[in-house]
Structures are given as structure tokens and as C-alpha cells.
Design a protein around this ligand. Structure first.
Ligand code: KG4
Ligand code: ZN
Length: 340
């Protein structure tokens, strides 16, 4: 079964053709980073305009690169939430229009479900020989969720962030340090030390809860930057050593929070394995430290499948498609679509 997966929930226009929920026949992403970089964050209006420019060429190329014609597609799947409403609307309406014109089944996929199913791409999960239940940590620019997966499409969301998402905290702290956007890769690049001369940043916990909280950690970075005299920007700048040390200590604190809650949940729910997903799962420190500390195997998609992509939507759609008999023409963009 060949599915065209379309993803436009945020600032990347992505399309892919996936066979039987795993084989990646093509996977393309048109990044808008250059457009948003100058503003230090995503401007929703610009994002939807850029999606409009890129979406048809990207879809055509994804079908060409897969070596097929649109006639060979069995279905079209598109992210219909959560995300930016103007961005989601472009993907949803293009998917429905193409489905109508090409006479294909069309349906919506939850973006978080897509991040979870990125672990099924290229047989990664099958080769791990693991079975349910699994603990899934999905950490991105908009979400930090811990989900227990008891079977396919069977989720129990046990924790989420109470304030900032982990990726959002990376992006904000990168700005404090005068680094570029998106902040996650920039902080990872700057964190080239493995020991620092500054005290560690706090690892916030919420009493009697597995939930995450990153805004206090972000404020701790800001307060120390004020004391060190380089924030607010403009007065003085951090030295290269300060950037390296702040980046390392901040990254280590976020990674520790993510690992702590994930491993506690794994033990509590007797999970056989851990799945990582979302843009923050591209972080090399998180990838290696989680594998090192976890009592169970950790399944980590390759980096291009952690950040937003159409392949993960095609993979999730394959498992969803069995329960969706006909096209869902009423499907709409739902900016706060819950996973369950
Ligand atoms: O999943 P994603 O591509 O889009 C959303 O659904 O939000 O995640 C984007 C987020 C951004 O906040 C970005 O800074 C973060 O993922 N990110 C990283 C890394 N690569 C991307 N955070 C830490 N380390 C990275 N290497
Ligand atoms: Zn995402």
C-alpha cells in the first residue's frame, strides 16, 4: 500500500511516499528556516504563504522521486493538527483537492502520532524485536509529551509540559546566548565542552507528577546571564567560553529532565522499550545519554525522521488506514487536536 504523506503543521513543507508503513520511497522537506531566522522565531503568516509556494512542487517531486505516478497511490494522508492553523489549512486543503481530483482516499493524521510512528520507518522498530507496552517521549518545538503505547494506535498520555516545550526552551535560550534559529541545533553545536567552570542549572520537577516544566530553567539561564552582564542584549556580549559553558549546562539540564521522567515512566508502566521522537530527539546528547541510562532498549529514528517530515505521516497513516473505510471530506485543520 502506497501512501502520500503531507506535513505542513509548522514551518516545514514536507511530502513523502511510504510503502506499507515502513519503506520510504521518497521523503522531501522544503525548509523555511532562512525566512524565519531573521525574526528569531516562526511568523505564522509567513509560514502559510511559504507553504502555498512550496507544496505542489514538493508533492510532485515526492511522487517522481518515488518512481511512481499519482495513479499508483492508494491514499493521501495529511497532518490535520495540532499546529499553526494557517499552516495546517494549506496541507489539509491541498490533500483534499488532490484526493478529489485523483480519486484517492484522504484522511487526517495527528502530528504526534506521526512523530511516534517515525520509529516504524525503514523497519527500525521491527528490527528491534521489541513488543508493547512502550514509553514514547515526543519532544519538539510545540510539545513535550510522555505517552505509553499499549498497542498500535492505543495511547495513554501520562505527562506533558506545564509551560514551555523542550524545543521552545532551546530556541529561547539560544536567543539569550546570541545564537541562531532554530536554537536546538545551535546549542548542540556550541556545547563542545564536557566539563564547565559554572554551576549546573536546575532540573525542575513537579511534586507528585511526571509532568515537565522548562520555563523555570529558562528563567534561571536569563537570571545568570543578567548577573554575568550579557543580557538583555546590547550591553555586552557573552564570551565564546561563556556560550560554550551555558550551552552545555543548559542542554545537560534539559536532557536530564527528559531522561528522568522517561525512565521513571518506563519502570512504572513496565515498558519493554523507549521510543524517542520530535525535533529535540535529534539532539546527540539526548540520544546517547538516554541509551546509556535506560534499563530497556531505546529506539531512536534517524535525525531526518525526528524533525518534521512527511514520511512519519505516511507511516502513521498506514496503521490508521485500516480503520478508515472512505475519505473524510469533512476533515478540518484542528490547531489543538488532542492525541486521544
Ligand atoms: O518536531 P519539530 O521539527 O517541529 C515541531 O513539531 O515543533 O521540532 C522543532 C524543534 C525546535 O524547537 C528545534 O530547536 C528543536 O526541535 N531541535 C533540537 C535539535 N534539532 C531540532 N533541539 C535540540 N537539539 C537538536 N539537535
Ligand atoms: Zn513536530
Amino acid at each position: 500500500m502506497k501512501i502520500l504523506g503531507i506535513e505542513t503543521s509548522c514551518d516545514d513543507t514536507a511530502a513523502a511516499v511510504i510503502e506499507n508503513g515502513s519503506k520510504v520511497l521518497s521523503n522531501l522537506v522544503a525548509s523555511q528556516t532562512d525566512m524565519h531566522e531573521r525574526y528569531g522565531g516562526i511568523i505564522p503568516e509567513i509560514a502559510s504563504r511559504e507553504h502555498l509556494n512550496s507544496i505542489i512542487p514538493i508533492i510532485n517531486k515526492a511522487i517522481d522521486d518515488a518512481g511512481i505516478s499519482h495513479k499508483d497511490l492508494d491514499a493521501i494522508a495529511v497532518t490535520n493538527g495540532p499546529g499553526l492553523s494557517g499552516s495546517l489549512l494549506i496541507g489539509v486543503n491541498v490533500a483534499k483537492s488532490l484526493g478529489f481530483a485523483w480519486n484517492k482516499k484522504v484522511f487526517g493524521v495527528n502530528h504526534l502520532e506521526g512523530h511516534i510512528y517515525s520509529a516504524w520507518l525503514e523497519n527500525l522498530f521491527k528490527d528491534s524485536k521489541l513488543d508493547f507496552p512502550l514509553a514514547c517521549l515526543i519532544a519538539s518545538g510545540g510539545h513535550t509529551d510522555l505517552i505509553i503505547m499499549n498497542g498500535h494506535l492505543d495511547y495513554n498520555v501520562i505527562a506533558r509540559t506545564r509551560d514551555d516545550a523542550a524545543g521552545e526552551a532551546f530556541d529561547k535560550v539560544a536567543r539569550v546566548l546570541g545564537l541562531g534559529f532554530p536554537g536546538g541545533p545551535e546549542i548542540q553545536k556550541a556545547a563542545t565542552v564536557n566539563k564547565t567552570s559554572i554551576p549546573p542549572f536546575p532540573r525542575p520537577e513537579i511534586k507528585d507528577s511526571m509532568d515537565f516544566s522548562f520555563s523555570g530553567l529558562k528563567t534561571a539561564v536569563v537570571r545568570r546571564a543578567e548577573l554575568d552582564g550579557f543580557y538583555p542584549e546590547g550591553k555586552t556580549y557573552p564570551t565564546p567560553k561563556q556560550v560554550r559553558e551555558y550551552a552545555f549546562e543548559f542542554q545537560d539540564a534539559v536532557v536530564d529532565c527528559l531522561i528522568d521522567r522517561t525512565i521513571k515512566s518506563t519502570n512504572l508502566y513496565k515498558c519493554n522499550g523507549i521510543i524517542l521522537g520530535g525535533g529535540v530527539a535529534a539532539n546527540s546528547h539526548l540520544r546517547s545519554k538516554m541509551s546509556e541510562k535506560s534499563p530497556v532498549p531505546v529506539v531512536i529514528p534517524k535525525i531526518s525522521f525526528c524533525t518534521d517530515n512527511g514520511a512519519m505521516i505516511g507511516a502513521a497513516a498506514y496503521f490508521r488506514s485500516k480503520e478508515i473505510a472512505t475519505s473524510n471530506w469533512d476533515m478540518d485543520a484542528i490547531p489543538n487536536l488532542p492525541l486521544i
